[in-house]
Write a protein that binds this ligand. Sequence first.
Ligand SMILES: [Fe+2]
Ligand SMILES: [Fe+2]
Length: 153
Amino acid sequence: MVSERHAIADRIDREHKDIRRSIGQLELNILQRFSEKTFPDWRLTMILDMRDFQSQLLKHFDVEEEGGFLQSVLSALPHAEYQVHALRDEHQEMIMRLNRILDKLRSMQAPSAEIQQELHQDLHGLLRELIQHEEQEHILLQETFYRDIGGPA
Ligand SMILES: [Fe+2]
Ligand SMILES: [Fe+2]
């Protein structure tokens, strides 16, 4: 049982690292310079990369919500119920935020340094929210899974 639970904790930790890497890469790509000629390629690549990231996030949220992590937190830490609900709400909120970024990107029909800068700021805002979200999860993860084996809470 303990090892099963740790498999979930390990998976979530690993996915958090992967997500940070992806968003770091998106931030770099979104700042890439483009000319009139290279703009369509840049735009399409960004749309596809954002789609991949959206799918990566949705799957990660499914793992957390359906894979036993949040349920284990609730059973181990009943006082964290409000926090767990807030984390679920944040999942939805972050996906909507990402959809808005994708919409903005799709509506960018011509090269615009201004919109490019906005997109970068939007993405950076999402990154900050994600980092805070995952830090909270990391704390809950420690408290939930390390208690069982008598390790540090
Ligand atoms: Fe989460
Ligand atoms: Fe997470």
